[in-house]
Design a protein. Structure first.
Lengths: 487, 424
């Protein structure tokens, strides 16, 4: 819990990260806002050593579910590793964008695990290549590596991604019997958005990707056997494919007939065309507006035009796009503060960062996250999670309140100790808690209730016993308040 | 000069408070007092805590107080809640409203009767109103306490009309005891989830076996000193979708049903029967704009759970008047904001909560049963509710107690505030 608020930096870190640890606040407080944006965006300059701290003291804990902690092959452990990164990474924007892409290219572990096996499902979603005997890089690791990469590269990677090929049934997409799932979603959900393609386009897109499949090289004995992308020329539909929108820079809407051996070029051309399509820039910009700027009111059309322009001018460089987004006046407008509904992962991570984590395990966040409606690595369907107010039902809210209570209760002694300097009276204590856990503005009725809570059981003494009795409850009430759910 | 439109409890209270503070005030109403008004006519006794001056004045009209409540659920389960002293004050609006108007006039307000406002326009410097007979009224500030169908709220764009999910259709008669009376005049009789559609089948209580959602209705018998009020109400959307029988037919069947059960004696009298609307969806998002403040039903100041409106009408009227008195000339632009804040501070939480409790209980028939069972088994809760009703404890104490016992309800409260926060 840190007592000196800095509203601009905290706003930036709520949006471009998952809230701020005390050490992050101390670091960023000395920067101007544009320096802070550049620091976040150019995260390669910060060491990527967060995983090496898992299990060390001073960091939030993880629980190993079956003996050893196995995030490469056990989805529960993979979820814990990601949550650990969200709390402790010094590259918060990289984790935040990874989550953004996870929702954008929403792929669900359950189907992969059902098709392959539980450990293979975890592997193709979450494995780090450096730790895998077959050098498998799970989908989320690919997205993490490309979190601010070039959008065309991301698209190509996702089209060749093993989990995606299982998820959208690319493996059964062969000439003569095109499987349309991926062809449809790459236009509707991944690039241009609904309304910019026709049904014949879906069929043509499916034909483009015929033969994009998986091979299984490696040896079963050393564990290196694995699925990886293969272009299967024999299954490719060699005919020309014509679309309702331009594919080439000369305006031609037709991918020419090609020999089977050269047919993979169809997909590369199509992906380049989708990345270049003006609707793609606008579609991404709209999503980024809701993700970074505001979920209240209409999307700012001028903002979308500007960001789409940056997208085109930088040739789909997401680093430049996100940097520009974070520097817009709309992002810094005070109306944008607390104008987003926190995703469950944002809420639990921010609560741990704000309240404390010593002696707490991210394992304790997994069931609550499920009750709040967000199971990492397992979005409900390819369109991702229902965002905004849809996160909130009575039971989801109850789950958020209970999680706030669990963290605050776990941190009881640390909170009481940290509260010591502010024990003069209930007001100083409440001010300290509200400075540490920033929320949307509270009405006097709400702060009055919090004050009532502190005064309810007797005269104020500020003793250690009273602080231990009252501070965790107060922190629970604030972190479980509706105002804290907004970021 | 302030114009107060509507001389019901909200308007009359506002006019009195203003006049007492030395403000020139004209109190407009379309009727000549005394006039009748359809209403259950029950007020929780805490009104005397909030408006101590009432106690002395009430001696001049017929009042009746009760200490016992018969509460019944959709499955026929019931309980009796008993207070150690009077908990509710029963009045007839015919007399009570006239009394409040008389008190306003006595304090110095000018009463203008027969002024049925049909047009309203506001600009930077004031508000002008036109009555049906062509009379014009102008004032720098207006309190609109013109009821559930407030013309002013509609004309000034503060309320485009209540959605049917936010109003209850209340159908009731107030009949002299000579014709119709309750067997036990010391008890309020209230049923939640009441469904006279099922009454045609026999026991008068919703059976509704397939779904757990209850009929969004209630029924009541309120004893007065010389009269009895008997009524049924539904959420308007529920009435339209699921009930669809003519109001008086429902009323007659209901009275017959209660007679068979030995709750009532005598007969329903159709001339005393009136259906009317109660805004039970919580206060409007904005209860004031520029130089116009909405009070009472016009602003939605009604408890969504109990449908009690008189107390909140008087509080909102009083707060509107106090806000005006406390506003320096020239700073009228802050009027609406300060009024909103005052209302929010005194009754905002309980009114918003009440809507949630209403939806929570109507959402599942088991919940009503649990409340009714709990009344007997949890005397501490029952005591707090009664203490709240008579003004012995503030709402925040009752609320803390409820939240500690029902986490789902607590989450619902927080969620509702989230909607409130993110909209503003």
């Amino acid at each position: 819990m840190s007592a000196v608020p800095d509203s601009e930096i905290e706003h930036l870190l709520r949006r471009a990260g998952f809230g701020a640890r005390a050490d992050e606040l101390a670091l960023f407080r000395n920067m101007t806002t544009s320096q802070a944006v550049d620091y976040l965006v150019n995260y390669e300059q910060v060491p990527d050593d967060v995983d090496t701290h898992i299990g060390k003291s001073g960091y939030v804990g993880v629980n190993s579910t079956n003996g050893a902690f196995a995030p490469q092959s056990n989805i529960v452990d993979a979820r814990q590793r990601w949550l650990f990164r969200m709390v402790h990474s010094n590259r918060p924007l990289q984790e935040k964008m990874t989550l953004f892409w996870h929702n954008h290219f929403a792929t669900g572990y359950t189907k992969i695990a059902g098709a392959l096996s539980a450990s293979e499902g975890a592997r193709y979603m979450a494995a780090k290549a450096s730790g895998d005997p077959g050098h498998v890089r799970g989908q989320i690791e690919m997205l993490r590596d490309n979190a601010l990469g070039n959008f065309q590269d991301i698209l190509l990677n996702i089209a060749k991604d093993a989990a995606m090929l299982v998820w959208l049934d690319g493996r059964s997409n062969v000439k003569g019997m095109p499987q349309e799932n991926f062809g449809r979603e790459i236009m509707e959900l991944f690039t241009m958005g609904v309304g910019h393609y026709t049904e014949p386009d879906v069929y043509a897109a499916a034909r483009v990707f015929t033969g994009w499949n998986l091979a299984r090289p490696g040896s079963a004995s050393d564990g290196s056997q694995h699925y990886e992308f293969v272009y299967n020329a024999g299954a490719h539909d060699t005919g020309a494919k014509t679309f309702s929108f331009p594919i080439y820079s000369n305006g031609s809407p037709t991918i020419p007939a090609r020999s089977a051996s050269a047919g993979m070029q169809d997909g590369l051309d199509f992906i380049a065309a989708l990345a270049a399509n003006p609707n793609t820039g606008r579609y991404l910009a709209t999503k980024l507006y809701r993700f970074f700027v505001s979920e209240s009111g209409d999307v700012d059309a001028g903002w979308v035009n500007y960001i789409a322009l940056v997208y085109q001018q930088t040739h789909y460089d997401m680093r430049q796009v996100v940097r520009a987004a974070l520097l817009t006046p709309q992002f810094w407008d005070s109306d944008a503060y607390f104008a987003r509904y926190s995703w469950p992962a944002e809420f639990v991570v921010r609560a741990m960062k704000d309240i404390g984590w010593n002696g707490f395990s991210v394992f304790n966040a997994l069931t609550p996250l499920s009750n709040m409606g967000q199971v990492l690595y397992d979005p409900p369907d390819v369109s991702g999670w229902d965002l905004g107010q849809s996160w909130f039902s009575t039971s989801a809210m109850l789950s958020r309140m209970n999680f706030a209570s669990a963290v605050a209760g776990n941190q009881k002694f640390a909170l009481a100790t940290a509260a010591q300097p502010y024990n003069q009276n209930p007001e100083t204590l409440l001010n300290w808690v509200l400075d540490s856990l920033q929320t949307a503005p509270m009405t006097s009725a709400v702060t009055g209730e919090l004050n009532d809570y502190l005064r309810a059981t007797g005269p104020w003494t500020g003793s250690a016993a009273q602080l231990q009795a009252k501070v965790p409850g107060l922190v629970h009430l604030v972190a479980g308040s509706s105002e804290y759910q907004l970021v | 000069m302030v114009l107060v439109v509507g001389a019901g409890p909200a308007g009359a209270t506002a006019a009195r408070t203003l006049a007492q503070a030395g403000v020139t005030v004209r109190l407009l109403d379309r009727s000549n007092f005394p006039r009748n008004k359809p209403c259950g006519g029950g007020i929780s006794l805490r009104i005397l805590k909030r408006f101590p001056y009432l106690e002395r004045e009430l001696g001049s009209i017929a009042t009746h107080s009760v200490a016992r409540l018969h509460l019944e659920g959709p499955g026929g389960e019931s309980t009796i809640v008993e207070s150690d002293g009077p908990a509710a004050l029963m009045i007839r609006r015919y007399e009570f409203d006239a009394l409040l108007v008389a008190m306003a006039v006595e304090a110095g307000a000018e009463l203008v009767s027969g002024a049925d406002i049909v047009q309203a326009a506001a600009n930077r410097s004031g508000v002008s109103l036109v009555a049906r007979d062509g009379r014009r009224f102008e004032a720098p500030v207006v309190i609109a306490a013109d009821g559930v169908n407030s013309v002013i709220a509609r004309r000034l764009g503060l309320n485009r009309g209540w959605p049917p999910s936010r109003v209850a259709l209340d159908m009731m008669e107030e009949t002299p005891r000579a014709a119709l009376r309750d067997v036990d005049p010391a008890t309020l009789w209230v049923a939640y989830g009441f469904d006279p559609v099922g009454a045609r089948g026999g026991n008068g209580v919703a059976t509704n076996g397939r779904t757990t959602r209850v009929s969004e209705g209630y029924a009541y018998v309120f004893p007065k000193r010389d009269h009895v009020n008997v009524g049924i109400g539904y959420m308007l959307d529920h009435y339209r979708e699921a009930v669809g029988r003519p109001p008086y037919e429902l009323q007659r069947d209901f009275v017959t049903h209660l007679r068979r059960r030995g709750v009532l004696e005598g007969d329903s009298v159709e001339e005393n029967f009136t259906p009317f609307l109660i805004p039970v969806g919580g206060p409007l998002r904005t209860v004031g704009k520029g130089r116009v403040l909405l009070a009472g039903d016009a602003g939605g100041f009604v408890n969504g759970f109990t449908a009690e409106g008189i107390y909140y009408a008087m509080v909102s009227g009083d707060l509107a008047a106090r806000t005006i008195v406390g506003t320096a000339p020239g700073s009228e632009s802050s009027l609406a904001r300060r009024y909103q804040k005052a209302c929010d501070g005194e009754v905002g939480t309980e009114l918003r909560d009440s809507v949630l409790i209403q939806r929570y209980l109507f959402g599942n028939r088991r919940r009503i049963r649990r409340v009714i069972d709990g009344a007997g088994r949890r005397p501490a809760t029952t005591r707090l509710v009664l203490d709240f009703a008579i003004g012995r404890i503030p709402y925040s104490t009752l609320r803390r107690h409820m939240l500690a016992r029902s986490p789902m309800l607590a989450a619902g409260f927080v969620l509702e505030r989230l909607r409130h926060v993110s909209r503003s």
